[in-house]
Design a protein around this ligand. Structure first.
Ligand code: ARG
Length: 561
């Protein structure tokens, strides 16, 4: 409808095209002010006329339209009243004839790389990594829905001087048994120990550097230990992904690029971009108000940025991406700005298709999240805690539902994902169990509950065929629900364009509110057959869209809860 109105307006206003008109169309707060409103204030400058007059002229020019019952000029606004029966008909037909409703084919033939999650080997998978995992996974779903081919890349932090330190620490204070028994926790403990000891004895740092140098030269013993630490870490990470129900196409971490950094140095040298600075090789970025990007350290070894430069060249050559997205905390903003600039200076015009997608911090309402040790919070513990808490709520409220464990997993995880994605990325996220698990709040469980309610309605009525008498769907509650259904494709598109999954989380909430109102005001299992099938049809469509929109967030729906 919005599209059609924008079309209509663009035919009348030659100065604005449809794409410019679309974002200007508003949905009035009350439906007696129309279903859509177009403010004419901006046109005053173009036409040198008062906005109310422009609105009136447009009313006259538009005249009668089959899909509109009325067009009215009120003040400087043009209010559109849609023909309700027509409106219901069109939306439902659009839904029925599109097996990817809400999606599109805009991405056909295009590839998007998404670099996300990317935890660090031998370090805990902490709550910040939970955010990149959740946001990245949602972007993957959203872009796939729009027809893009997505490569999900886990750029593990599995290379760098810290592994030299770990090897030294392991040899001095570690044991095979302890690592096998305690996993990452043990690796973190001996790493902390290394730093304590190195304070007193600087020669440990030299030893560590020597071990990392051996790793870079391919020393077998060093690589064997490193590989083992990596395996252990990966097992823990994969456990987290499994609980979340998420996966990756590539686990190409930093170490994957260790034989590809030499080429980066070569390209930069050939282009005359590398200069020496205090023994290191750097690309100066003064002209862009940034500190230099270090490409090789004094001893010739690569750093984080070098491996990111190599990764970009590799990904472009291998996947020929249309866009490459990086989901990390805001603190890496400068790093990516530098790396992308260096790629641009190399002469690659795709540099502006490299996009950093930052997000805010996670804080914990203290005392409410248990951690294994000290302040170190493992994502896995949080996920498990959420599932356990959910399980006790279910045991209290509805102990007889089938598949209790799986239902608790879907709800417990759904609650965490929803809490993470309900606000703009850049906003901080707070873990507050009482809030995020509140089945009546603005939460994942509330939306999932609405889905389960729709499922339960359908279990009672039986699965009727889609048959509509559109005249019977023109009451306010049905209309509001239809408007939400109508809005879905534009929400998905905007979420993709802005890299903002929260728009979809908000949408699923609005859709749920509209459905629950419809459920309260419109009895569904009525005797009148036409009315019953029409309403059941609306329930079926809504149920599918709740599942689809939550699916775009990475949340699965329980049939009962
Ligand atoms: N391992 C890094 C961290 O935990 C994130 C890596 C992000 N991706 C990248 N290509 N640099 O902070």
């Amino acid at each position: 409808m919005k599209n059609k109105i924008a079309d209509l307006l663009s035919q009348q206003i030659s100065e604005l095209n449809k794409e410019e008109i679309l974002p200007l169309l508003e949905i009035p707060p009350k439906s007696d002010m129309g279903d859509f409103a177009f403010p004419c204030f901006r046109l005053a400058k173009i036409y040198h006329k008062a906005p109310p007059m422009i609105a009136q002229d447009l009313v006259n020019a538009i005249g009668q339209q089959p899909f509109l019952s009325e067009v009215k000029a009120v003040g400087g606004f043009l209010n559109f009243y849609v023909n309700k029966e027509q409106f219901a008909h069109q939306i439902i037909e659009k839904f029925m004839t599109d097996d990817n409703y809400g999606g599109s084919a805009e991405g056909d033939g295009k590839t998007v790389c998404i670099d996300y999650s990317s935890p660090n080997v031998a370090k805990n998978f902490h709550v910040g990594h939970l955010r990149t995992t959740i946001i990245g996974n949602s972007l993957y779903k959203i872009y796939s829905k729009l027809g893009y081919h997505v490569e999900r890349i886990n750029h593990l932090g599995d290379w760098g001087t810290q592994f030299g330190k770990l090897i030294v620490a392991y040899k001095k204070w570690g044991s095979k048994e302890a690592v096998e028994e305690k996993g990452i926790q043990e690796l973190m403990d001996i790493y902390v120990k290394f730093h304590e000891e190195a304070e007193k004895d600087d020669s440990l740092n030299d030893e560590a550097r020597a071990w990392f140098a051996r790793m870079e030269q391919g020393n077998e013993e060093a690589l064997e230990i490193w590989e083992w630490f990596k395996d252990i870490s990966l097992q823990e990470f994969i456990r987290v992904y499994k609980i979340l129900g998420m996966s990756f196409d590539h686990y190409t971490g930093e170490s994957f690029y260790r034989d590809k950094t030499e080429n980066v140095v070569k390209v930069l040298t050939d282009k005359g971009l590398l200069v020496e600075s205090e023994g290191a090789l750097v690309v100066r970025l003064d002209d862009y108000d940034m500190p230099p990007c270090i490409v090789a350290k004094k001893d010739g070894s690569s750093i984080y940025a070098t491996r990111d430069l190599a990764a970009i060249l590799y990904r472009k050559a291998t996947y020929d991406f249309d866009r490459c997205l990086y989901v990390t905390g805001l603190e890496q903003k400068l790093h990516f700005a530098q790396v992308f600039k260096v790629i641009e200076l190399m002469g690659n015009d795709y540099a502006n298709n490299l996009i950093h997608i930052p997000y805010g911090l996670v804080s914990l309402k203290d005392g409410k999240i248990s951690s294994r040790k000290g302040n170190v919070i493992f994502a896995e513990d949080i996920l498990k805690e959420s599932i356990n808490k959910t399980l006790s709520i279910i045991n209290e409220k509805n102990p007889d539902i089938p598949d209790k464990e799986e239902t608790a997993r879907r709800i417990g995880i759904g609650a965490i994902i929803f809490n993470d994605l309900y606000n703009q990325r850049i906003k901080d996220v707070i873990f507050d169990w009482d809030k995020l698990l509140n089945f009546d709040g603005e939460t994942g469980p509330y939306v999932q509950y609405t889905y389960a309610r729709a499922s339960s309605v359908l279990r009672k009525t039986g699965d009727l065929p889609y048959q509509f008498n559109y005249d019977l769907l023109t009451d306010d509650a049905s209309m509001d629900l239809l408007k939400e259904i109508d809005r879905y494709p534009s929400v998905v598109k905007e979420a993709a364009d802005r890299y903002e999954p929260f728009l979809i989380a908000r949408y699923s909430m609005d859709l749920s509110h509209a459905f629950n109102r419809f459920y309260r005001e419109c009895q569904i299992n009525v005797d009148d057959e036409q009315l019953r099938t029409s309403r059941v049809g609306l329930v079926k469509i809504t149920r599918e869209l709740i599942r689809d929109s939550l699916g775009l967030l990475g949340i699965e729906c329980p049939e009962q809860m």
